[in-house]
Design a protein around this ligand. Sequence first.
Ligand SMILES: *Cc1c(COP(=O)(O)O)cnc(C)c1O
Length: 377
Amino acid sequence: MGVPFIDLKSQYLALKESIDGRIQKVLESGAYIGGPEVAELEKKLAEHTGSQHCLAVASGTDALLIPLMALGVGPGDEVITTAFSFIATAETIVLAGAKPVFVDIDKKTFNIDVKKIEAAITPKTKAIMPVSLYGQAADLDEINALAKKHNIPVIEDTAQSYGAKYKNKKSGAVTTAAGTSFYPAKPLGCYGDGGAIFTNDSKLNQIMREIRDHGSEKRYYHTRLGLNGRLDTIQCAILLSKMERYDWEVEQRQKIASRYTEAFAGLEKIDQTFTTPHIKDGNGSVWAQYTLTVTNRDLFQKKMTELQVPTAVHYPMTMADQPWYKQNVATTHDITVSRWAADHVVSIPMYPDMDEKTQNIVIDAVKKAVEFSVKQS
Ligand SMILES: *Cc1c(COP(=O)(O)O)cnc(C)c1O
C-alpha cells in the first residue's frame, strides 16, 4: 500500500459523529438552501478570521468573481494578479469582463513580487488580486499600501490560505475583500464545492449578498446582474463540524512541515536547486501544500512513484502560458521566476492525520529521489 497524497477519509472518520448528526438534522429540516446553518457558519468564519462579514458561496471561483462584480470591474478594466496560481484566479477576472495583468513572483515564497506591482499599474487598473499560495499570505500590507496610493481595491485569493496567520491578523481579513475555497482538498474543505467571501466593508457586503442571489434586493426584484452563488445548507453543516478541529489540524500540518524541513536539511548540497518552503517572519502557513523545488523534476517524480509516494505539481504552467490565455491575453510583464517555478516545483503528501510512520516513508523517499535525480541527470 502506497502513501495517499491527502487522506480525507480518515478526517471524516475522526468527525463522523458530528458530521453525520449535522447532516441528518438538515435532511430532516427540509431547509436545503438558506437553512440556519448558513448564517451560523458565516458568523463562525467571520469570527475565526477576524473579518466583519462573511458570505458562504458555491465555490472559490464564485468567491472571487462576486467581489470583482460588486466592485464594478468590467470591460476595459485591468486587474493585476500573479502569473503563478491555479487558473481560477485569472479566469474570474476574464469572466468579469476585464483583462488579467500578470506580474512575476518572489522566488522564495512563490507569491506575487510586490516590487514589481507598481510598474504594472495603469489608469485602467481597477483592482489588485494577490494569491496567498500554498497556505502562506502574500505581502498584503505592502500591497494594501500601494493600492491605497492609487485608490484601487485589493481582493485576496485566499483559496489555499484560509485563516493563515498574517502578522496580528488572519488571511482573509486584511484586504478590501477576500475569497476562499472549500473544495475538499483545500485546508478547510467541504464534501463538494464551496467557498466564502470576507470583507470589512458593510456596503460591499450588501452588494455581494445581492449578487450571490441573482442580483436581487428583495424577492423577484433584480436591481443588479447576479448569479446563483449560494452554498447549500448541507455543506455549511459539514463545515461547521470541520471547524471544530480546524485549528488543531493547522497545528498538525505545522508539526509535519517542521519535521519535513528539518529532515531535508542538507539536501541542497546534493541538488543545488533543492529548497524547502520559506515562511516569512510574521506569517504562519496553513500548509495547503508542502512544496519543494528540485533540478530534475521528472526524474524526482519517477523515483517517488517507484517508491509509492505520490507527488503533484502546483502548477506545471504559468496562467499566462495556458493555451487560452496565451491566445487571448497579451502578457507584457517579465514572468521569468514564475516560469522557473512552473518547471521546478513539486509537492509531497501532507495532511493533518498523517502518522509518524507515514511521514518517515515520505522523508526517506524524498532523500532517495533527490539522490537518484541528481545521479541520473
Ligand atoms: C482552488 C482555487 C481556486 C478556486 O476554487 P474552487 O472552489 O475550485 O472554485 C481559486 N484560486 C486558487 C489559488 C485555488 O487554489
